[in-house]
Each structure stands twice: as C-alpha cells, then as structure tokens.
Design a protein around this ligand. Structure first.
Ligand SMILES: [Zn+2]
Ligand SMILES: [Zn+2]
Length: 641
C-alpha cells in the first residue's frame, strides 16, 4: 500500500501540518478520508500520494474514503491558506465540508428560491453579442481569462452569463454563478432554471445539511454542471470548470469576515488560473480594482429606454426630513396616477440615536462605543453586539425627560409614510423585516403584484431586483455612508446611489430623487449624472495618490483585549519589529462587545510577506497575549478599514 500525505481538517494551528498515512490503491489527491489522529477520529484531505514515510515512522492506514473533491480544489485551498494567512486545515474544510447521511428524496432547493424566468430573447444587442463572442472565444482556448462586464442596470448582463453558460456546457465544462445573496437573487435563479432546468444546483447558507449534501453530490457527479450560490459556492466541486460569473462584483459580501478571510472574487481568479477557466465579473458600478485591471466588455446603456434623470434634493434648504416636500410631491403623484416607488434608507430601526437635550448625553451600548438604535416597541438595540434594553423615559445621566430622537431609520420612514400617504401599500425590506426564510421572496412578490406601493428598506432594495412599473426611486439619506472613516466610503456611496437610480423606470419614464446634506460630494454628483467612468477616473486618481488598492495592497491587523492599553501596546511592538515603511498606526478603534481594539494598517506591494511575518510574530507572542487576554487577526485585502 502506498503512503499519502494528509492534512487533518482541524482548526488548531499546532496540527497545521500534513501527516503520513497508508492508503489503498486508487486513493488520490482530493480524496477525503477518515483518519485516526492522536486517539481521535478526524476527516482529512489527501494532498499527495506516493510520498516517503518520515524517518523512523511506520504510518497507520486511513480508515476509509468518505468523499472526493476535484484535485485543483486542493491546490486552491493550499494557496488560499497561504495568501490569507490561514491554516491548510481550515482552508481545505471550505472545499471539503462535512457531509451528512442521506435521508430519502427531497425537492431541489432551486424551486423554492426562484422567481419565474424570462424567455430567451430573439436577438442580442450589438454590445451583448460582442461580449458573448469575446467570452466564448476565451472559453475555446481553455486558458485562464478575466473580464469585466460593465453595463447599467437593465443592459442585459444576465443574458450574457446565460449564453456563456451554454457555451461552457457545449464544451462539456461546468459553470459557477456567484451572487451576493441568494435570497436577493430569485430572478437570476429563475432565469437559470428556466434555461437549464435541473442541471442547475443551488448552494447557500439557508439549505439544510441534507439539501446541501444532495446538491453537492449532483454537482460532483456532473449531473448539475451549473451552480448558483453566494460566496462559498466558489468552492463548489464542479468537474472541468470552464466559467465563473461574479454578479454584482462590487458587493462587499464576497469577502468573508472570519478566518479564513478570503475574497471570493480573488479566489475565483485563482481557481480560473488552476482550471484554465474564464471569469466574468459583472456590475453596473464596478470596483476601481476591476476597472483598472480587467479587460472591459462594456454593454453601455439599458436595452429599453434611457436612464432616468436624477434630482438632487438639498436638505440644507428643504425641511421635512425624512420626507421632504419634493419627495412628498412625487409620492402624491403615485397616489393619483398609480405606480410604485422604492425608498432607500440605509439604517434600520426607528431612530439611530437618542440624545438628552438637557445634558448632551447620547445613549450608548455598555459593551460597544456606538449609540443604541431605537426600534419599534420602545426597545433600544446595539447593532454590533445585540445588546437590548427598554428605552428609558428619562435620561439616565441627569433625569431630564427631554430625550430627543436623532435621525431616522426604516421603521420611522415606514411610519411616516403610513401617516402622510396612507393610500400607498408599504412593504419593508431590511434585516429585521425578513428574518424568516422565504420572507424576502414573499416581500418581493407582494411588491411585484401591487399596484400602488412603496418598497422601503436598507441597501437590500438597491440590489439586482427588476420590477416593472417602478416610476420613482429615492435615496432618503445619501449621507449615511459618506461619514464612515473608510477609504471606500465614496465608492460605496456612489455604488448605492447609482444602483438605486437604475431601479427606476425599467418600462416607464422614471424619476429619481436623492436627498442629501452634501450635494457637492463627488460620489453624489457623479451618481446623479450616472457617470460611472467619470467617477472611477477621479476615484482611481485619489487612490493612486494615497497608495490605496488597486495600486497597493492593504494588510490590516486588529488587536482586541479587555484593557484599553494592551492592544495598542501589542501593535506598537509589532510595528517596530515589522519595520516596514508602509505601516500606519496603531490607531485605536471603537470598543466592541466589551473589547478595546486597535488596528495597524500596512500599505504594501507584498501582502503575503507582511501577513506571514506578522502571523509569525504573533505566534511568538501567543503566551503573553493569552495571559493578557489579547487576541489579534491579520486580514489581507480587507474590505473596510
Ligand atoms: Zn441628560
Ligand atoms: Zn454593543
């Protein structure tokens, strides 16, 4: 029996090395095996077969083979562990997730998550044909290629994905379609199912263990060569992968915020390199990174009609926040003539803060340095740690009853609409309103069927839904994101406003309103003109001057501990020992969940080297950190800083 090198799927860094086992003939790289390890039974992934046994060791046999994953996925996971500073065991667990026993036949989850699809169009537009031709040409060469498919909402990106999938299938290759959140993409799932039937598998976090197992089995055996799913579907065991489409490629949810802190967009490019596949990144508002680095396939304007004119409402001159007079006038017109509106307010709850007018105190979370958000029913909630308490009648600091509600959230907006425009049906779409599975699809169906209705919600309402009859789209407060101390604040604001503006008037002359206290902010001014390339040009220039991505990489190291000084002290020591000229900080961060935090940022051309060196220094400091209760994470290419 040959020997194989096996990584056990364990999180412990102390076991982050391969072990040698005896295997039967036929076991190969990518076999998932059950192995004995230090007296316990573990799963492990074979990374190499035919290795020598280490000196003086007589390897034991593996118990049995429990699963198989395609060999390129093993290389992908090992690369991921290295690039993002994780362990091979944790990274391999992404490509070989735990598998439960089968329990009878179940309906395929694709049926539940889909809205009705559209028929195949009789003909493509000129720019669609050109894009499809370019992608299909690259597929034919079986060499890795990356494209940016840029086009306004309604310009027909999905049809390009569908025809690229057909071309992949015709070459006996599989495809993965990544979407930010499957619940927000029922129309995309519906169109895939309408075109490819049960050759489409759906993967997302809402599946039961058994459903996930069935879908993975259909993918692995090739009976479902097309996979649609959120971030982690990039690891789907598709044999002979030919195509990955990343829809809404600007969306921040493609980055995982826990170890392994991978970015599915970067992983897709790496997977394409390993499989000789093509990646199509699609967006109306691409990331500056993609705009700068990828070959662009531009679809241009929407297929039917022009993009709607955008009116910027200057809240410094208009009273009536959150519903200004111009917005009320537009809503009034809907009541008269019929039609639908989408209102975006990127803040949940009734009011984002309570403020005492007598002593100036703002009510804060006891565990986090953020204000508590007032929710309906008089509950105050922390949006970071989940802390909740009854809203007090009087100020806890001075006893005054003069406690004021600052700003507005979606619940207050819904209430104001009920008061001012009772004739319009209100449908709210935010994390509070759609906790139950299936609630998003239900809300979207209600909105699609309504005749006079307002969809009110957070950024969820701006994501790729397509509805007929939406004649008004409004950003209630465009300033919520601009105040964030993050170099992506402008990019995010531009994306959100532009995405929402694209929602209006798919089949009617639409109106778009943007309410803001900063009408001159570049992100808002460019979004109001639908000027994507103009915004990206100024944004890229700014990034070049400041040394931000795509010109340099960022590595972020965050330390947290129970005492205020320890995180800063640890990071200061780390900074001195890393001795890199691109290091910024350490700077203290908001306290979260009772932990004091600080961050050190590196702007660098060699993120792996910095991350590896930082991880090594942190491992050396592990004992002292444990004593002080301090933890640290290293994040390569972070999405927020
Ligand atoms: Zn007070
Ligand atoms: Zn909190």
């Amino acid at each position: 029996m040959p020997f194989a090198s096996v990584y056990p799927l364990v999180a412990t860094r102390a076991l982050a090395r391969p072990f040698t086992y005896r295997v039967e003939n036929g076991v190969r790289k990518g076999s998932v095996v059950a192995v004995p390890l230090h007296g316990a039974r573990r799963r492990g992934v074979v990374v190499d077969v035919g290795v020598e046994a280490p000196e003086g060791i007589d390897p034991v046999p593996v118990d049995r083979v429990v699963d198989e994953v395609p060999a390129p996925l093993v290389d992908l996971a090992l690369w991921l562990a290295d690039y993002y500073g994780s362990t091979p065991g944790r990274a391999l667990a992404l490509v070989a997730p735990e598998k439960r026993a089968r329990r009878g036949e179940r309906p395929q989850p694709g049926d539940r998550d889909a809205l009705a699809g559209e028929a195949r169009p009789a003909a493509l537009s000129t720019s669609q044909s050109a894009a499809v031709e370019r992608i299909v040409g690259a597929l034919g060469r079986s060499k890795p290629a990356l494209f940016l498919l840029q086009g306004a909402t309604g310009s027909g990106k999905t049809e390009v994905y569908l025809q690229a999938c057909e071309a992949a299938l015709a070459r006996a290759r599989g495809a993965i379609i990544l979407v930010p959140e499957i619940a927000l993409a029922p129309q995309t799932v519906g169109r895939l199912r309408a075109r490819f039937g049960d050759r489409v598998a759906v993967l997302h976090s809402g599946l039961t263990e058994a459903e996930r197992r069935d879908e993975r089995e259909r993918i692995r055996t090739g009976s479902a060569p097309i996979v649609v799913g959120a971030r982690s579907a990039v690891f789907a065991p598709v044999p002979h992968l030919g195509l990955v489409c990343v829809d809404e490629e600007h969306d921040a949810s493609y980055k995982q915020e826990s170890d392994p802190r991978y970015d599915a967009r970067t992983v897709a490019a790496k997977r394409a390199a390993l499989d000789g596949a093509v990646v199509v990144y699609g967006s109306a508002t691409p990331r500056p990174e993609s705009w700068e680095h990828l070959e662009r396939l531009e679809l241009g304007a929407r297929l039917s009609g022009r993009l709607p004119p955008v009116r910027v409402v200057d809240l410094r001159r208009e009273a009536g926040y959150p519903l200004s007079a111009p917005l009320l006038a537009e809503l009034g017109a809907l009541v008269e003539r019929g039609g639908k509106a989408i209102l975006l307010l990127n803040r949940r709850g009734v009011a984002p803060a309570l403020h005492c007018r007598a002593c100036g105190t703002t009510l804060r979370c006891p565990n986090c340095d953020v204000s508590l958000v007032l929710h309906s029913g008089g509950t105050l909630r922390c949006h970071h740690c989940g802390f909740a308490e009854r809203s007090p009648e009087t100020c806890a600091a001075c006893g005054s009853a003069d406690v004021m509600r600052l700003g507005a959230g979606t619940q207050r907006l819904e209430r104001e609409l009920e008061r001012r425009m009772p004739e319009l049906e209100r449908i709210r779409l935010d994390a509070d309103a759609v906790r139950r599975p299936g609630a998003v699809a239900a809300a979207l169906r209600r909105f699609a069927a309504a005749d006079r209705a307002v969809l009110v919600g957070t950024q969820m309402v701006a994501k790729g839904h397509h509805f007929g009859g939406v004649s008004l789209a409004a950003v209630v407060d465009a300033d919520t994101g601009l105040g964030m101390p993050d170099f992506r604040a402008e990019e995010r604001t531009f994306q959100l406003v532009t995405q929402l503006a694209g929602r209006s008037g798919r089949d009617a002359p639409g109106r778009v309103l943007v309410q803001t206290f900063q009408p001159d902010a570049l992100a808002i001014a460019y979004a109001a003109r639908h000027d994507v390339s103009g915004f990206l040009a100024v944004e890229l220039e700014r990034r070049r001057e400041l040394g931000y991505p795509p010109y340099r990489h960022l590595v972020r190291i965050v330390a947290a501990g129970p005492e205020p000084d320890a995180p800063v002290r640890l990071l200061t020591e780390l900074r001195d020992r890393l001795a890199d000229p691109g290091l910024l900080g350490p700077a203290p961060l908001l306290r979260l969940r009772g932990r004091h935090r600080a961050q050190l940022i590196a702007k660098t051309d060699r993120p792996r080297a910095i991350a590896a060196r930082a991880a090594e220094l942190l491992t050396g400091a592990a004992a002292a950190m444990r004593r002080a209760g301090v933890t640290a994470v290293v994040d390569v290419d972070p999405q927020s800083v």
